[in-house]
Design a protein around this ligand. Structure first.
Ligand SMILES: [Zn+2]
Length: 577
């Protein structure tokens, strides 16, 4: 009895203390909460160059891009500090605050000696898992007239190749899993890599139907809200907006129009509502990668009407999405970041018209030439393939088994390829001007310039990169950041500025190089901790994860190399660290 009394009075005292404690803390807590937002949204525009915001500034209205440019901290000079400016490494960098030498993702797909000698693997494919809730029509076994051996499922996807933790991983660890972290994109790699290993889910589309799907790495079935979204008729609306009703090429035909961006934003809203993100007393995080600009950008280039149209439409879509976030979670409780996974080169023929040396290299011809020379040296009269097919610049992968058969070791093979590459590329130079006959009058300098000529800016072997035998320059540091190893011998080929492989069979332009136009992306923040302004310091996308980690008071992602952008932080936040 006495014991019960004692314990009840103790309980009462505790209650009184608790009540007394709550009121004064309500004020302090709500202030402290500003430092730890309810929701963090990282928006990545796939293929968006840093100069677009300035170029199209006059077109922006409302709280779209202007939310970042007028009310946020906008860094105008943000450059990736590596030489392999592709989608998967870019998205991995945004999540991890590290480059390929830290996060292990050097391209969208690669030859992986430990997994397959017959085909490349994608940055996120993972045969230990299966894709979830894909439409029956996308399963090979269901295709009409298919063999009985056709697959009854599709290989799944996961962040298995990501060798570093992400901001989302650190948030999940710091909250013992209470924080929820999700990624969204049309593309699997862009949905999976930014949120990381401990993400609660990543969602991307089935390319044919446009239905959102995921992988058993995350869950056995899509959540109820995602199934409802897929069944809602929202896809049909997107097809209609894109003028592609009933298409079986949703990714290509809807994906290249602004309709794809609003489709993704509506899925993001369904996610935030469905999972009650930012409404649970803990910081949640979502990464949204908008794929449409990349799909149309490859086709039409950065200076096209299509690009302009996409950007102006995106400005309005941002305005609507941010207003919805304001009503749902309250923008005071949200931190936003905006960036991109890479830039892009101008369409080579357009740049060449202005006098740029924008040559294209025919990779098939180049490979024929290289194989001919390597066979002549090591297996005269034979037709051995010394290079792995399907080159993905800036890397050229050697067939190490072919070299091993003729007893050539890695250093010799890579040095040899590096030595013959410049001449093989130069062999594609257009014919030189005719040699004048004796006594022939020298022509007046012509107004017509000679066509662009391919050039090699540098070739670096895997061993040089692995051993740090690189120029002690900024360029050398970029090369070092581009290094990841998947068991192969390779060389990194840097073509001259504004040059690329000949891609006219599938598009107008591309991105892959160490040059500024491929590395320049926007970086902007919006939220209570940031001092609004336009900042011209040179910064890098790796600074995004470190700045947020510092503000959140969690560990930097495991391989993060960025700096905290202290110059843009309100004094209370910059002294908290
Ligand atoms: Zn991309």
């Amino acid at each position: 009895m006495l014991r019960t009394l004692r314990s009840s009075s103790r309980l009462l005292i505790l209650c009184v203390i608790a009540v007394l404690a709550i009121y004064p803390q309500t004020v302090a807590w709500s202030q402290a909460y500003v430092g730890k937002p309810k929701l963090i949204v990282i928006i990545v525009i796939d293929q968006f160059r840093g100069d677009y915001l300035n170029r199209d500034r006059a077109e922006f209205k409302g709280r779209g891009f202007r939310l970042f440019m007028d009310q946020g901290a906008w860094f105008t000079d943000c450059y990736y500090d590596y030489a392999n400016t592709k989608t998967a490494p870019g998205h991995a960098t945004i999540g991890t605050g590290a480059y390929s030498d830290g996060h292990g993702i050097e391209s969208n797909e690669w030859w992986d000696a430990s997994r397959s000698g017959a085909k490349k693997v994608s940055s996120v494919e993972d045969e230990r898992y299966q894709l979830v809730d894909i439409p029956a029509s996308s399963i090979p076994a269901n295709a009409p007239g298919t063999s009985s051996l056709a697959a009854k499922f599709l290989v799944g996807a996961s962040p298995l190749n990501l060798r570093a933790s992400t901001l989302g991983d650190e948030l999940r660890l710091a909250t013992q899993g209470r924080a929820k972290v999700f990624g969204i994109s049309l593309k699997d790699r862009a949905a999976i890599l930014p949120p990381g290993h401990a993400a609660n889910g990543a969602f991307w589309i089935d390319n044919a139907s446009g239905q959102f799907i995921t992988s058993t790495y995350y869950m056995e079935h899509l959540p109820e809200w995602a199934r409802a979204f897929n069944a809602s008729g929202r896809r049909a609306q997107a097809e209609q907006e894109a003028n592609a009703v009933g298409t079986t090429q949703f990714f290509d035909l809807v994906g290249r129009t602004p309709a794809a961006n609003s489709y993704e934003f509506d899925f993001a809203k369904a996610l935030i509502n469905g999972e009650k993100l930012g409404q649970r007393g803990v910081t949640d995080l979502v990464t949204i990668s908008l794929s449409a600009n990349d799909i149309q950008g490859h086709q039409f280039g950065p200076d096209s009407d299509s690009e302009e149209h996409m950007i102006v439409a995106l400005d309005q879509q941002f305005d609507q999405f941010f207003s919805w976030l304001d009503q749902t979670v309250g923008l005071n409780n949200v931190w936003l970041a905006l960036t991109a996974d890479h830039g892009v080169a101008p369409v080579p023929s357009e740049a060449a018209k202005l006098g740029m040396n924008s040559a294209m290299v025919n990779m098939e011809k180049l490979y024929d030439q290289l194989e001919k020379e390597l066979n002549a040296r090591h297996s005269p009269g034979a037709n051995v393939e010394y290079l792995m097919p399907q080159p993905d610049l800036p890397y050229i992968v050697l067939n190490k088994h072919a070299f091993e058969k003729v007893h050539i070791e890695e250093k010799t093979a890579e040095d040899e390829l590096a030595a013959i590459l410049p001449d093989a590329v130069a062999a594609q130079n257009p014919a030189a001007p005719p040699i004048l006959k004796p006594n022939e009058p020298t022509p007046e300098p012509s107004q017509k310039r000679l066509p662009p000529a391919p050039q090699v800016a540098g070739v670096y072997t895997r061993l040089q990169m692995a051993q740090g035998q690189l120029p002690q320059t900024e360029f050398g540091r970029e090369l070092a950041h581009s290094y990841a190893y998947h068991g192969n011998w390779f060389v990194l080929l840097a073509l001259g500025g504004y040059q690329m492989e000949d891609i006219r069979s599938w598009g107008g332009t591309t991105h892959f190089s160490p040059w500024s136009y491929d590395r320049h992306v926007p970086l902007a923040f919006y939220g209570v901790p940031f001092i609004p302004g336009e900042y011209h310091e040179r910064v890098a996308p790796v600074d995004l994860a470190t700045t947020f980690a510092s503000l959140m008071g969690v560990n930097f992602p495991s391989a993060a190399s960025g700096r905290v952008l202290k110059e843009a932080l309100q004094p209370i936040h910059s002294t908290q660290q």
